[in-house]
Design a binder for this molecule. Structure first.
Ligand code: GLV
Ligand code: GLV
Length: 328
């Protein structure tokens, strides 16, 4: 490689708003890029993102970083925003594209990890796992009792999957393996999924009426915001379990809390929250909820694969003009 090309390459600056898992430092280094990143274990505020990313050619962002017009306007040289997530509702994608900045995400590789998290929440809710753990630690266990902490069985029950994309389908296959009947709502039929699991498609209103467990797997956008409205929550089968590993804003969370408090919903498992990272303190008071800190994709394997995918998107786009996983 001539010195000229080398120095041209070296001039590419990449900024990541966090230290990522896996080998992303080596990936950029071996491509001859300058990588800098936030080395602290905390989210950056907007002003910090603006001042740190101003000169970069590409940026890696977290789902918790709000990349709005003001941030995009401050990115003078940036040609690509690689979001370290499958969801990208944190980015003003229309505005980025209007400024000739491509946006990429990490589809496909966090499917099983996220579906497993939904499965773990479903089991934890049905069998009161988190509550049982708290009970033990509080020293309340005095011995086996016939009606101690009765939960609900899952075999033969109906799992209603809202959004049969990759994650919804993976969750459906897992639930089917537990002997559950599968319903799903989606914009189109999923014949392979139906063949594999015997799943049937339903309108959202019918799905929530018929399901014993309801699990949300749609992306957050203007058509899904508050999709699980008060009216939909009122239609849910009494005693059902509700799981959300997608985005908090898809639900009317306040209304849902009311339904949990009233015992209309047996229990709920949350990995995501309305207005995250804020958490409605009322959730902490409820016994019948299981709360996780947005760890849907948090396995070592998955996070390393996500880091690799985000990095490769940037390098591919800056080298060839072709992003591997553009969101549009
Ligand atoms: C996680 O929530 C993601 O969108 O990757
Ligand atoms: C994510 O990978 C999805 O489309 O469900």
């Amino acid at each position: 490689m001539s010195d000229k090309i080398k120095s041209f390459k070296l001039s590419k600056n990449i900024y990541s708003t966090a230290r990522l898992h896996g080998s992303f430092e080596e990936i950029f280094k071996s491509a001859g890029y300058n990588l800098s990143f936030n080395t602290e274990e905390r989210l950056l505020i907007k002003e910090e993102i603006i001042s740190n990313a101003r000169e970069c050619d590409g940026i890696i962002t977290l789902l918790a970083d709000k990349i709005d017009r003001e941030v995009i306007d401050s990115l003078k040289n940036c040609r690509i925003i690689a979001n370290y997530a499958v969801g990208y509702n944190n980015i003003d994608v229309d505005y980025a594209y209007s400024k000739n900045i491509v946006v990429t995400n990490t589809p496909g590789i966090l499917t099983e990890a996220t579906a497993e998290t939904a499965l773990a929440l479903m089991l934890a809710c049905a069998r009161r796992i988190a509550e049982g753990d708290k009970f033990m630690r509080a020293g309340k266990f005095t011995g086996w009792m016939p009606s101690l902490m009765l939960g609900t069985g899952l075999k033969g029950k109906t799992a209603g999957i809202i959004g049969a994309g990759r994650i919804g389908i993976a969750f459906g296959e897992m639930a089917s393996a537990l002997g559950m009947k599968i319903l799903y709502s989606a914009n189109s039929d999923k014949p392979e999924f139906e063949k594999k699991t015997g799943a049937s498609r339903r309108q959202l209103r019918d799905l929530v009426k018929e399901s014993d467990v309801i699990s949300v797997h749609v992306p957050l956008n203007e058509s899904t915001r508050h999709m699980i409205s008060g009216e939909i929550i009122d239609l849910m089968k009494p005693g059902c379990i509700f799981i959300n590993t997608a985005r908090g804003e898809i639900t009317d969370e306040k209304y849902l809390i009311g339904a949990l408090r009233a015992g209309k919903i047996f229990s709920a498992g949350f990995d995501v929250y309305y207005g995250e990272p804020q958490v409605n303190p009322e959730l902490y008071e409820l016994e019948n909820v299981v709360l996780l800190p947005h760890i849907g994709s948090a396995t070592s394997e998955t996070r390393a694969a996500m880091a690799k995918m985000a990095s490769e998107n940037i390098i591919s786009y800056l080298e060839t003009g072709r992003a591997l996983n553009p969101v549009r």
